[in-house]
Design a protein around this ligand. Structure first.
Ligand code: ADP
Ligand code: MG
Length: 347
């Protein structure tokens, strides 16, 4: 027969395992930006600066003023399945941090030239770790961390070929930061490309979460987004839905202003999208795309965030309750301007 000659089963080398994992996590520069900003937020940063060259293909640097990484732990940060965020299964089931898989830095470093410069509080100096050589040496820095990713996919040309123009990759990087910025108004963000400031969203200091969000939404998506939307605020059955929902007139032909978060994490979710669509069904008849930014808070034990390597999907233990919560939250919010318009029409 033509059965191919069989090769023995063996463990793949570590480097190759990481490169395979990188295929799932790192699709393009924006994936790196997302992971590094996740890490900065998990470290409690209040200011995050992203610097890019050539749409992030040549260089991505993410600087934060967070907790930092102690010298001795720098090499550990780059190891696969090494994380400070969970320690056991119970932690996994109640995780509230953006990260927990301990995969991102290892995966990214396996397809780039990576280095980490970090200084935690109480450490005399910062240290710089070069991922490729393993060299660790003292360097200058205030408290916080800078991760530098150079020449993404230099060792995996198949992946590199799928990259688009610098302008397109830059747009995806900006969108990745935008998604974070919309969830964290108390954190300042800046994006530089080729030495020029592309976007800057200053940390918002407001009396209420609602006001802080409205100001951040105006900064990031434009004053129109806020002017053409109403506040959403509904709690029921341990599910809180807040944010803003666009008035029917603000609907667009494309779904480009639809942002959903679950426990602070940007998600793409069919249940939420469907709930939103049905809340607008009566007024938009499914023909135009509503604009919204919705923030769902739910007991972490009621969701599974470990569904997808990039964590852009979640699974709800009770998706019908979530569907109802989102639908009713938007309907309640839209009832406000509707009632006002009816009152105006009647007067
Ligand atoms: P995860 O985020 O899933 O833990 P990563 O590979 O992204 O995995 O990061 C590994 C570890 O390195 C983190 O658990 C954290 O302890 C540390 N780390 C990474 N980035 C930062 C940062 N910007 N500030 C402080 N610690 C960081
Ligand atoms: Mg991470």
């Amino acid at each position: 027969s033509d059965t191919p000659a069989r090769r023995p089963i063996r463990d793949l080398p570590d480097e190759l395992v990481s490169q395979i994992a990188a295929g799932e996590v790192v699709e393009r520069p924006a994936s790196v930006v997302r992971e590094l900003v996740d890490n900065a937020l998990d470290a409690g940063a209040t200011q995050i600066t992203v610097r890019l060259l050539a749409g992030g293909v040549r260089l991505i640097t993410v600087e934060d003023d967070g907790a930092g990484i102690p010298r001795d732990e720098l090499p550990v940060a780059l190891r696969r399945h090494a994380t400070s965020k969970i320690a056991d299964l119970h932690d996994l089931e109640t995780v509230v941090t953006m990260g927990f898989r301990g995969e991102a830095l290892a995966a990214i470093a396996s397809v780039s030239e990576a280095s980490i410069l970090s200084r935690p509080a109480g450490q005399d100096s910062a240290y710089l770790l070069d991922a490729r050589s393993g060299e660790l040496r003292p360097a200058a820095r205030n408290q916080g961390t800078s991760v530098e990713i150079k020449e993404l996919f230099f060792s995996t040309p198949a992946r590199r070929k799928f990259l688009k123009t610098d302008a397109t990759e830059l747009a995806h990087c900006v969108e990745a930061v935008r998604r974070h910025a919309l969830a964290r108004p108390e954190v300042g963000f800046a994006i530089w490309h080729e030495g020029k400031l592309v976007e800057q969203w200053r940390a918002v200091n407001a009396a209420s979460r609602e006001e802080a969000l409205a100001r951040r939404l105006a900064d990031v998506l434009g004053e129109d987004f806020v002017a053409q939307s109403v506040a959403v605020q509904r709690d029921s059955g341990g599910i809180s839905v807040t944010g803003r929902a666009g008035v029917p007139d603000a609907a667009r032909s494309r779904p480009d202003h639809q942002y959903c978060y679950v426990n602070g994490r940007f998600v793409r979710d069919k249940v939420i999208a469907h709930a939103a669509r049905s809340a607008y069904e009566d007024v938009l008849h499914g023909q135009k795309q509503p604009i919204y930014a919705l923030y769902i808070s739910i007991d972490p034990a009621r969701i599974d965030v470990n569904v997808h390597p990039t964590k852009i999907e979640v699974r709800f233990r009770d998706s019908r309750e979530v569907h109802q919560a989102v639908k009713h939250a938007i309907e309640d919010a839209l009832a406000v301007p509707r009632a006002a318009a009816q009152a105006a029409a009647a007067a």
